[in-house]
Design a protein around this ligand. Structure first.
Ligand code: UGA
Length: 436
């Protein structure tokens, strides 16, 4: 099928390349000339395992192209909207400016019978609005939220755990759902749940999923706070809870909490939208979820201060990690980087290392010192703080090697990813998050 993908950021670039890899003819459109040029040459503007291979395969086969010109999308049967919906400046609500701009540019080339498929994460009610905007063209609007995880984006797109499509009522909606079934045929199995619903439900599924995941993480972090004052161990607690299959162990990893371009902004946008709709109380708890999450960062700063006798001023601190999670170079709302910035603000001599994200981190926070060498980061450090659980730190870093480089012997494990016995055995004072 002929597809266009409008917006070639994280979501769009992955979607365009994976759709080409399953045999579609895809044109990716973006207003950013640098992005289009780099993707057109087969270079991915961000780190995502497996993406570069399928991008290059697609370009070579001729099934994947990139352009800045919306006229090049005119032939497509299905147009995916994959632009960003960041948090508005000075508000918790989502900024829909890019969604509307994309539609403005698409409208002149949109033909009767085509499908416009929204993939961006939007406040409930947006699809209804956009459907009205394209009504006169004879095209149909569908909402098809995306559930991919950074670091697993290609795999999640090629083998999704569910496909949700929000369609209008009537024959046009049924036909649109069939077209999307066809689009995703090679990226699903006969058992992949394919849920056809209305616009509002499809929009809500996405934010509700992220709100649930965020709540799960903050729940275990709230238990970590209690563990810290009672001497309980949150990792054992999470294991024990996780054996209940109704609860499950995933996303019960206590630590410095969630970050990234999705969970934090999505819980805030859902709260803002619910308030607009007069049902703010229904999700008032999400404010607490956010607060618990942010308190974990304070806790690390307090632990660092306590370990150095009350002040971090001019003390050398190695921060291991900058990305908001491993297998990603994304530093948006990274809790670890925020901790590094706060310590720097208190006068600490902070050095940050990360296998993939130092360049992105430097662009955002040029005041910090960065190195890609773990040894250089650890050399002469008084404290080591692990904030992103890359294998390089979790599995490959030996405590005795760290001890041979560091001046101090204090380790704060912001992800509960290290083995306390090993680190204590090497002479370190180990401090996890809610962990004995
Ligand atoms: C999240 C969702 O998991 C995806 O399903 C969704 O499609 C995506 O947002 C999106 O809206 O686009 P992602 O942001 O890639 O995906 O990251 P997650 O794997 O969900 O991790 C989010 C944060 O939670 C990370 O900072 C991670 O370190 C943290 N986390 C995760 C914990 O602190 N504890 C855990 O147990 C799990």
């Amino acid at each position: 099928m002929r597809l266009s993908v409008i917006g070639c950021g994280y979501l769009g670039a992955v979607h365009a390349a994976t759709m080409a890899s399953i045999g579609h003819d895809v044109i990716g459109i973006d207003v950013d000339s640098a992005k289009i040029e780099s993707l057109g040459k087969g270079d991915t503007p961000f780190f995502e395992p497996g993406l570069e291979e399928i991008l290059n395969e697609g370009l070579k086969s001729g099934r994947l192209r990139f352009s800045q010109d919306f006229a090049d999308a005119a032939d497509a049967d299905v147009h995916f909207l994959a632009v960003g919906t960041p948090q508005q400046q000075g508000s918790d609500a989502a900024d829909l400016r890019f969604v509307h701009a994309a539609l403005d540019s698409l409208l002149p080339v949109l033909r009767e019978g085509a499908l416009v498929v929204g993939k961006s994460t939007v406040p409930v009610g947006t699809a209804e609005d956009l459907a009205r905007r394209i009504e006169h063209t004879g095209a149909t609007l569908v909402w098809n939220p995306e559930f991919l995880r950074e670091g697993w984006a290609v795999q999640d797109t090629l083998a999704p755990d569910r496909i949700v499509v929000g369609v209008p009522q009537g024959a046009a909606g049924a036909e649109a759902a069939d077209t999307l079934r066809e689009v995703y045929r090679a990226a699903s199995t006969p058992t992949t749940p394919f849920i056809v619903t209305d616009y509002a439900t499809s929009e809500l599924v996405k934010v509700a999923a992220n709100a649930f995941l965020a709540t799960k993480i903050s729940f275990i972090n709230a238990m970590a706070e209690i563990a810290e004052v009672t001497g309980a161990d949150v990792s054992t607690l999470a294991d024990a809870l996780g054996h209940d299959t109704r609860i499950g162990r995933r996303f019960l990893g206590a630590g410095i909490g969630f970050g990234g371009g999705c969970l934090p902004k999505d819980i805030r946008a859902l709260t803002a939208r619910a308030e607009e709709l007069g049902v703010g109380e229904a999700v008032a708890f999400l404010h607490e979820v956010d607060q618990i999450n942010l308190r974990r960062r304070d806790r690390v700063v307090q632990l660092a201060e306590a370990s150095l006798g009350g002040s971090v001023y001019q003390r050398r601190i190695a921060v291991l990690g900058a990305a908001f999670k491993p297998h990603s170079d994304d530093v948006r709302d990274s809790p670890g980087l925020d901790i590094a910035v706060r310590l720097h603000g208190l006068g600490a001599d902070v050095i940050v290392t990360d296998p993939a994200a130092t360049e992105n981190a430097r662009q955002r926070h040029p005041q910090l010192t960065y190195t890609t060498s773990l040894d250089d980061a650890l050399r002469d450090a008084e404290i080591m703080i692990l904030v992103t659980e890359w294998d390089e730190y979790r599995r490959e870093l030996s405590p005795t090697h760290a001890a041979s480089l560091m001046r101090g012997s204090y380790v704060i494990d912001g992800r509960n990813a290290l083995d306390p016995v090993d680190w204590r055995g090497a002479g370190f004072e180990y401090q996890g998050m809610g962990r004995r």
